[in-house]
Design a protein around this ligand. Structure first.
Ligand code: ASP
Length: 363
């Protein structure tokens, strides 16, 4: 005779209690998603479509020049060109779309949606994606803000050969840098705070992305992930964000999942798909994310030293509104203090930050 667990697996659906729960309006996102979740919730409350809600939400980040990890103002590739990746999934129609290495367009999530809606394909990349966006009426714009250009120049100037030589400073014909003052001399008009930030991102190339997942009262679900990817990447490098099943996955029968952080490690475990399949088999959203992190740790033989070189987060929203986020590390050390990993939840009144579960502890 089939056990209840076998029956659940065979039915390919949620545990009975979760399946029976009344759906509600709820949006979750990575920690940079407070405004995105608030906007998405407005749309859900007005009865709007879940995909429209999350895309309108993340468009705020994509158009914000101060968000240096998404859309306009994102940190560029090694040649100083901003290349964007995004994916979308619409639960009710079970369709999806994606763009990768897209240049010149501020809002890649909107282009990913058009790929889903207007073509017989799922993913467009590079020049083809740009030409598609132009054909859809979008404008080709310079996405490199002055702040991002400064950071890129600082990164270039930080590169040295084995003998410590750089093409910029301290050579026979180059300006001499004095300790602690070279950047200030080279960028006299830039304020101290921006210079400190530029130096930090030059030394530790950041990742950064927004993932946003939504459920509405009708039980419909959608998700989006959009990013400028890894700073100073090799041109053409594509991370996990636009890969359906890695940076994003939605199954209307089960739930939605997404990821931010080092994309290479996520692609290797097909993260978002793994999280959703874990939920399908009855794991909680939290355990589903933790299992995925364990697979990543396993790929490094659980070696904490190597794992300490990156971070990665998963976000999960189940069809009954249960949700969680889990990070590889409990937080990052900033100015000698631990900044905990958090994510954003909005289930009505306002966006709030909640702590992520985590696999490993930095002290
Ligand atoms: N996952 C993104 C990528 O690897 C970056 C990030 O989320 O920080 O491109």
């Amino acid at each position: 005779m089939m056990s209840r667990r076998d029956w659940v697996l065979a039915a390919g659906s949620l545990p009975a209690a979760a399946a029976a729960a009344a759906p509600k309006d709820i949006v979750i996102a990575s920690s940079n998603g407070e405004r995105a979740c608030a906007r998405a919730m407005e749309i859900l409350k007005a009865g709007g479509d879940t995909l429209t809600a999350v895309i309108e939400g993340v468009t705020i980040n994509e158009q914000d020049p101060d968000d240096t990890s998404v859309g306009y103002g994102g940190l560029p590739n090694e040649e100083g060109i901003v290349e964007l990746d995004a994916s979308v999934m619409h639960g009710p129609t079970r369709r999806c779309g994606a763009v990768a290495s897209l240049r010149g367009i501020k809002t890649p999530s909107q282009i990913a949606r058009l790929v889903m809606e207007q073509t017989d394909h799922i993913m467009l990349v590079g020049d083809g994606a740009l030409r598609f966006a132009l054909a859809q009426g979008f404008r080709d714009e310079n996405l490199l803000t002055e702040k991002a250009r400064l950071a890129w120049l600082v990164w270039k100037q930080s590169l040295r050969d084995g003998a410590g030589h750089s093409n910029w400073t301290d050579g026979l014909d180059a300006p001499v840098s004095r300790p602690g003052s070279s950047l200030r001399n080279q960028f006299p008009s830039v304020d101290e705070k921006t210079l400190t930030w530029a130096l930090e991102v030059a030394v530790r190339p950041p990742t950064g992305t927004i993932n946003c997942l939504a459920l509405n009262v009708k039980g419909e679900m959608s998700g989006v992930t959009t990013t400028s990817g890894l700073a100073w990447k090799i041109p053409g490098r594509v991370g996990d964000s636009p890969i359906i099943g890695a940076g994003l996955y939605v199954d209307q029968d089960v739930g939605a999942a997404g990821s931010t952080g080092r994309g290479e490690e996520n692609i290797r475990v097909a993260g978002a798909h793994t999280v959703v399949e874990n939920m399908r088999r009855g794991m909680t959203p939290r355990d589903s994310c933790m299992d995925c992190l364990k697979r990543i740790a396993r790929n490094f033989g659980d070696d904490r030293k190597r794992l300490a070189r990156f971070d990665i987060n998963f976000y999960a929203l189940r069809k009954d509104g249960a949700y969680a986020s889990a990070a590889l590390w409990n937080g990052a050390i900033r100015d000698g203090k631990l900044a905990r990993r958090q994510f954003v939840v909005n289930d009505g009144p306002a966006s709030r930050l909640e702590d992520c579960a985590y696999l490993l502890e930095r002290r």
